[in-house]
Design a protein around this ligand. Structure first.
Ligand code: ADP
Ligand code: MG
Length: 413
């Protein structure tokens, strides 16, 4: 996969830019706040359909302007294409593929693939569960459009159900918080029915999402372990990484990867999302919603569902989040990103474009050399505010250095 060129207009601090990329390593260098990360964000927007920092589409439009525009031309092993993404403050977004306006966004996303690695990802092991779920969700959303849709409808549904639970909470009597009551004596039939409908839909969506996340972990776990092993090859002790998917829908809370379960999961095609495992999870959620309805109403929030799932990372049998050293945690984070790229390669027969935002200066010499070695043969776009070291220049026969200054970009080499 190659990002051939990009044209940008009034996107964040970039007034106008037109950049041709090298097939190898591209270094975007410049002082702070010049627009380096903004450029990566524009590239990533075309692969994921959304900004990567907690931002809305409108935040991407340059202050005082009406529209932002990004047009990216890319090439895969089998075809070339271009996507134009226009965001208007009043009209919202419009998408074009090869100049043709597209109504179905599923026709636009999922073809041009990136792996984004920024300093925030280095704490993926010690941060809360949301960032580890996001690691999976981002991959699956780029791989399967139906997953992205499912996730979006899940979030909407969760908001609706939480709003209903809050509303129900507000009509409780003080004694309802410690004394038991039945739903039918406190709430109108229509309210109880609506809660049931939401619960059913949430159980359904949770089961689908959780099943596919589990399957993804089955695929990525051995790749992750092997990257970790290679990065730490010169360590005296061999360290083994395991992943666990933890959910309140599992009988004992945890599902690990026993080979039989693994085989059964892998034999179900991804698009057929009604595996026996999925059905069992759905049933479990339904029974949890039934059993704990009053508790959920008292707290005014949904206590169960795949938004509560956790991906635990174990290093030699102990949880890395609590027991691994900072160095080990960062190595795991690095292995997670490389594994993401490798799995994308295995599934699509094409390397994704790697976007490294200020990451090389965060790594020591050994890890830096490992990353650059691994990414030989891939297109890499790196931002850096430091002088570019020899290692990077030597990493590829085709290095392009692009200077960022106040939202403008010029090729230096
Ligand atoms: N919508 C916007 N309109 C104008 N400027 C913006 C907008 N969003 C962010 N910026 C500016 O972009 C700059 C940050 O650019 P960034 O790409 O993060 O810098 P860096 O080169 O350090 O990676 C900041 O000065 C910020 O104020
Ligand atoms: Mg930056």
């Amino acid at each position: 996969m190659i990002c051939k060129s990009i044209k940008i207009k009034t996107f964040r601090n970039i007034k106008e830019a037109s950049i041709e990329f090298s097939d190898g390593v591209n270094v975007i260098k410049g002082l702070n706040a010049q627009g380096k990360t903004n450029l990566l964000e524009a590239i990533n927007l075309i692969s994921t359909g959304r900004p990567f920092r907690r931002a809305t589409d409108a935040d991407l439009i340059m202050h005082g302007e009406q529209q932002a525009e990004v047009e990216l031309a890319y090439k895969t092993r089998s075809f070339s294409s271009s996507v134009r993404y226009v965001i208007d403050r009043t009209k919202g977004k419009t998408l074009y593929k090869r100049k043709q306006e597209q109504k179905k966004i599923s026709h636009v996303f999922g073809y041009f693939r990136t792996v984004l690695f920024c300093p925030a990802h280095l704490s993926i092991v010690q941060d809360g569960p949301a960032v580890r779920r996001a690691w999976i969700d981002m991959f699956l959303s780029q791989t399967y459009f139906f997953y992205l849709k499912q996730l979006q409808s899940y979030n909407k549904l969760l908001q609706q159900r939480n709003a209903l639970l809050k509303e129900m909470r507000s009509s409780l009597q003080p004694q309802d918080f410690y004394r038991s009551f039945s739903l039918s004596e406190r709430f109108p039939e229509s309210t109880v029915a609506l809660l049931e409908t939401f619960s059913l839909q949430l159980a359904d969506a949770s089961a689908k999402i959780s099943d596919l996340r589990y399957k993804h972990l089955c695929r990525i776990a051995p790749i992750l372990d092997s990257f970790y092993e290679r990065i730490t090859a010169d360590y005296p002790l061999k360290e083994k990484i395991e992943l666990r998917y933890v959910s309140n829908a599992y009988a004992n809370g945890i599902e690990t990867f026993d080979p039989d379960a693994y085989r059964a999961v892998m034999e179900t095609p991804d698009e057929v999302m009604t595996s026996p495992r999925e059905m069992a999870i759905r049933e479990k959620y339904l029974s949890l919603f039934k059993t704990y309805a009053i508790r959920e109403i008292r707290s005014g929030t949904s206590g169960f569902g795949c938004h509560r799932d956790e991906i635990e990372i174990y290093l030699n049998g102990t949880e890395a989040r609590t027991f691994a050293s900072q160095g080990q945690q960062r190595t795991i984070a690095l292995a997670m990103k490389l594994a993401e790229g490798q799995l994308a390669y295995e599934m699509t027969d094409d390397h994704p474009v790697f976007l490294l935002d200020d990451i090389l200066s965060e790594l020591d010499e050994k890890r830096k050399a490992f990353v650059l070695g691994e990414l030989k043969g891939c297109q890499v776009i790196i931002t850096s505010c430091e002088t570019i070291d020899r290692q990077v220049i030597d990493a590829s026969p085709s290095v392009r250095v692009i200077r960022a200054e106040n939202g403008a970009f010029t090729v230096e080499k």
